[in-house]
Ligand binder design. Sequence first.
Ligand code: GDD
Length: 337
Amino acid sequence: MVKILICGAGGFIGGHLASKFIGENNIKVVCADIKPIEYWFQNFENSENHSLDLKDYKNALKITEGVDYIFNFACNMGGMGFIENNKAECMLSVLVNTNLLRAAIKNNCKKFFFSSSACVYNSSKQDKTFVKGLREEDAYPADPEDGYGWEKLFSERMCRHFSEDFGLETRVVRYHNIYGPIGTFDGGREKAPAALCRKIILAKKNKKKIIDVWGDGEQTRSFLYIDDCIKGTMDVFESNNQEVFNIGSEEQVSINEMIKIIEDIAEYKVEKNYQLEKPKGVRGRSSDNSYVSKKIGWKPNFTLKEGLEKTYSWIEQQILSGSNIEKFCKGNIEKND
Ligand code: GDD
């Protein structure tokens, strides 16, 4: 029997990974999240579920007892609207990863996975639209996204040194804007794919013509569908490679182009009210997957259109049914006391 701990299991990526493991033979799953269990995005019955704050070392020590593998997705995060306005909160997540690393050593855990982010990349490589895909080496010299990106880069580095100094096996990936069903779509933490699906769904429902768009819509990103993210996570976790890898898409689009795809899915056209004062983040960002493909053999399968069709349809169901809105859209539930 193998014991796996998933930290941040009440959230988006952690929730999808936990549901993959739960019910598998010979795996005992322990789920942890700071949110009260009724706010977890997915309900898990065949796992041990704990609502607790991993910024407290005692909690980290207790929850990792007897655990073989740790997956750490627990951090205070969200889309641009959240991370740009909550830098200190985002940086405090350093306590979670640090406590878990220390506890992993103390409790002789076998392997440790850390979810880093494309926000670690040097900002000078992202100052234009349709930039070249970011390669893993582009994180240095360090000039990451203020707040959230610094925390991720520092925690990556902690993993590296815990591995070098204490022999802990670590795996680290940099996610590039992961989206899909069973994630937040309103309330302040939502990212662009979910936010824009919601805005177009509501415009169509209420027969409105105009939606608000942050920035001028020309900024570019690549977005990775959740199923590709989970597959990439497992491929890196199971590999023998301790380097840091991109888990992202190479399909770079402008926000205006993504809106066009969503309009086609919705069969509804909108006009755009560009809000230039809203959080915009970097001007252009995309993943270069050549290194992860070469070393791990992973590449994404879903096109943006395919992923958005599934995401749109799930968000539409939530909005039309009116259920679960509180659970998926309660923006600031993890605020530090
Ligand atoms: N969230 C959001 N909501 N973004 C919008 C909206 C809207 O209604 N309209 C336009 N945008 C624009 C933002 O201004 C930004 O330029 C772009 O869409 C992407 O925004 P996000 O999806 O919120 O974030 P991001 O790509 O800048 O960063 C996200 O991905 C990183 C990994 O690649 C964040 O979630 C980070 O936390 C994450 O690490």
